[in-house]
Design a protein around this ligand. Structure first.
Ligand code: AMP
Length: 215
């Protein structure tokens, strides 16, 4: 299964991606996670991307396309994958289409997570992140329940960058909806409700039985 999960920052893409990769046993390709890894390791790419990300802007298309080209050719992607956070611009989507043709692959579905802007702001403001596994927790949570690390606020969840990310999303990423609608790939998912409610909606959109997938 080759899936793409798409939606504004704070729409629950990362959380749902995690449930889906478990359900389908496919790798989760998150360009945000890849970039945060590069920043943490102080690589040349990380040094370039870090300030761009902290300001809530997009890393240049050619860098992102190079990252995805490498990642998709790794062995674990042969059985399928779930892409999260890429493409974010029309040139990225066009480059990805060309790459998929080159690799003889096609997307089965594009899952569009729909959440209202006031709800996004509510979710992102004060969201706390584990510096080790990048999992996010509600405002006020101090320690990661999984590894005990002290949670931090991501630079790009701070108010100014957060508003910038939502604005850049509307300007550059929302147009992808029409792009993929033209390819008849889009399933619109109501992203409101609990994690499990949203997960069941996604499985239903994929024509999967939640009970089987939860075993
Ligand atoms: P995310 O975790 O997906 O919200 O990504 C965090 C940040 O990484 C974004 O706000 C961008 O600065 C950068 N980023 C991730 N994916 C992309 C992409 N496909 N194109 C450009 N910038 C990206």
């Amino acid at each position: 299964m080759n899936l793409l999960i798409y939606g504004p920052p704070g729409s629950g893409k990362g959380t749902q991606a995690e449930l889906l990769t478990k359900a389908f046993d496919i790798p989760h390709i998150s360009t945000g996670d890849i970039l945060r890894g590069e920043v943490a390791a102080h690589t040349p790419l990380g040094q370039k991307a870090g300030p761009i990300m902290a300001a809530g802007n997009y890393v240049p298309d050619e860098i992102m396309i190079g990252i995805i080209r490498n990642r998709l050719q790794q062995a674990d992607c042969q059985k399928g994958f779930l892409m999260d956070g890429f493409p974010r611009t029309i040139p990225q989507a066009e480059a990805l289409d060309a790459l998929m043709v080159e690799l003889g692959r096609r997307f089965d579905r594009v899952l569009y997570m729909k959440v209202s802007t006031p709800e996004l702001v509510k979710r992102l403001a004060g969201r706390m992140t584990c510096p080790i596994d990048q999992k996010t927790y509600p405002p006020g949570t101090k320690k990661c329940p999984l590894d005990g690390a002290t949670l931090v606020q991501r630079d790009d969840d701070k108010p100014e960058a957060m508003h910038k990310r939502i604005e850049v999303y509307h300007e550059k990423t929302l147009p992808l909806l029409d792009y993929y609608k033209r390819q008849e790939l889009v399933s619109k998912i109501d992203g409101m409700g609990t994690m499990q409610e949203v997960h069941k909606r996604i499985l239903a959109a994929l024509g999967q039985d939640a009970r089987v997938r939860e075993r």
